[in-house]
Design a protein around this ligand. Structure first.
Ligand code: PEP
Length: 251
């Protein structure tokens, strides 16, 4: 049985004091909920202090990216060990904004997954097509390539310990959500791909999140789909009411 996971991606929002305010409010709001796994991914600067607040709570902590090297002369980058040290246990990898603005590739995604898992961070690996690719009917082809190259040479133990997020690029931050049917179609494709490449057991245990303008009003329908196991939430994770509303409406 797959437990629902709702992860909030705060992107480049929230100073440390703003982050602490939101996280304190969320903690209070979600204190009694134990049916959904919840993770928040603040900016790097807030990780350590947010981690102190979350300690012992039912909310997990993730980062938004990492570098694949252990350490070195990579100005501006951050390693898996540093994220772990700051209290993170999850990390988003290959978000479409990283792919688009920072030229991230499926090859770097692959290296980042390996680096993250070497420090016991759970990768949330993002895949998804652009509007142009969808309109050219290339959605599954694009997602398959991202899976094939992003998960290249990963062993079953590694697949077992990661989460995939299907995020159609055209639905991120646009207010345009994939219909539950459109999302389910790709989620099913991803699950079947894992089944064919690995095993039925791995594919049926894999959590596949949907991301793209998820809000309290649309989560119910999305989560009602058989292969949608949660959500990666951007904009709506920045306010207590909308993020908690999503979590509440999952049930
Ligand atoms: C995201 O950043 O992963 C995302 C899905 O953003 P939004 O919910 O704002 O579309």
């Amino acid at each position: 049985m797959r437990r629902t996971l709702i992860a909030g991606n705060w992107k480049m929002y929230k100073t440390i004091s703003e982050a602490l305010e939101l996280v304190n409010n969320l903690k209070r709001e979600l204190v009694d909920q134990d049916t959904v796994d919840v993770v928040i991914c603040p900016p790097y600067t807030a990780l350590s202090e947010v981690s102190d607040i979350l300690n012992g709570s039912n909310i997990g902590l993730g980062a938004q990216d990492l570098h694949w090297e252990e350490q070195g002369a990579f100005t501006g980058e951050i390693s898996a060990a540093m994220l772990k040290d700051a209290g993170a246990t999850f990390v988003i990898i290959g978000h479409s904004e990283r792919r688009k603005y920072f030229f991230e590739t499926d090859q770097s995604v692959n290296k980042k997954i390996i680096a993250a898992q070497s420090k016991n961070l759970t990768p949330i690996v993002c895949v998804g097509e652009t509007l142009e690719e969808r309109e050219e009917n290339r959605t599954t082809q694009v997602v398959e390539k991202q899976l094939k190259q992003g998960l290249k040479n990963l062993n079953p133990e590694s697949i077992e310990k990661l989460v995939i997020a299907y995020e159609p690029v055209w639905a991120i931050g646009t207010g345009r959500t994939a219909t539950p049917g459109q999302a389910e179609e790709v989620h099913e494709f991803i699950r079947n791909w894992i089944k064919a490449e690995y095993s039925e057991e791995l594919s049926s245990g894999l959590r596949i999140l949907y991301g793209g303008s998820v809000k309290p009003s649309n989560i119910k329908e999305l989560i009602g789909q058989p292969d949608i196991d949660g959500a990666l939430v951007g904009g709506a994770s920045l306010e207590k009411d909308s993020f908690a509303g999503i979590i509440r409406n999952v049930k």
